[in-house]
Design a protein around this ligand. Structure first.
Ligand SMILES: [Zn+2]
Length: 248
């Protein structure tokens, strides 16, 4: 139901601000934690009327069908010196988590990482012909390695990382289209699968209140929070859809 992912930086501090949460679907902070914005991805779905304040407005003229993924970074930066001018240049953990989240979104929404479907904000005008106001996320390498300031070069580099991560996720995880698995972890479940679930939830910022292999109320609350953040039925049970979204 979504057509593309647009990659951004917020131009703010290393943690998402209220304004950032209003404008993006997902924001990766400097520590690599993924935050969900105020509006679900479905708020930007094709066919939906985009009434101001009811969707994530992240890319002028291109919000319909577009997932807005941003990294909380680059506050007070200047174009001439992207890395030297800010206290909030993207961290390695942040870029890694950003790539992982982009790949995960590709997987969940069936989006291929092509130039037209996974692109940086700085590529939108050139690649899709939708006018933008001098956006420079990303005409510099957020990994701080390439000297190029060409958005297409940077975009291709990021797509390469996302494609590689997508391949790895597909090899490790269950295909999203797979028939329902037998396993459903719920309140009262115990064992290594529960421990793996708790470990993953904790890593993603949904604290299960203990990684002990025992699915109690804390784990249930964390599963519900994760499900709500990922447009899944928030029933507190980790079945195929939830486990797949967790890349387990
Ligand atoms: Zn942007």
């Amino acid at each position: 139901m979504m057509n593309r992912i647009v990659l951004h930086h917020t131009g703010g501090p290393g943690k998402p601000t209220a304004d950032d949460l209003e404008h993006y679907h997902r924001i990766v902070d400097a520590g690599g934690m993924v935050h969900s914005g105020r509006h679900p991805i479905s708020a930007n779905a094709p066919g939906r009327k985009l009434t101001p304040g009811t969707y994530a407005a992240h890319t002028a003229g291109l919000n319909t069908g577009s997932i807005g993924l941003s990294m909380a970074a680059m506050g007070r930066s200047t174009w001439n010196d992207p890395q030297g001018s800010t206290d909030h240049f993207p961290t390695e953990r942040q870029v890694d988590a950003f790539i992982r989240e982009a790949a995960r979104l590709c997987r969940v929404y069936g989006i291929q990482p092509t130039r037209k479907t996974v692109l940086t904000h700085a590529e939108v005008q050139t690649t899709l012909g939708v006018r933008q106001a001098q956006k420079w996320d990303f005409d510099y390498d957020p990994c701080g390695k390439l000297d190029s300031r060409d958005p297409l070069v940077i975009g291709d580099m990021l797509r390469g990382l996302i494609a590689a991560e997508l391949t790895a996720q597909e090899a490790n995880g269950r295909p999203v289209t797979q028939a329902p698995a037998q396993i459903v972890l719920r309140r009262g479940s115990k064992g290594p699968e529960v421990r793996a679930l708790q470990d993953r939830l904790l890593a993603l910022g949904f604290d299960p209140r203990g990684v002990d292999g025992d699915f109690g109320p804390g784990t249930e609350a964390a599963v519900v929070a994760f499900q709500e953040a990922h447009e899944l039925l928030p029933d507190g049970k980790a079945g195929t859809a939830t486990l797949t979204a967790l890349n387990l």
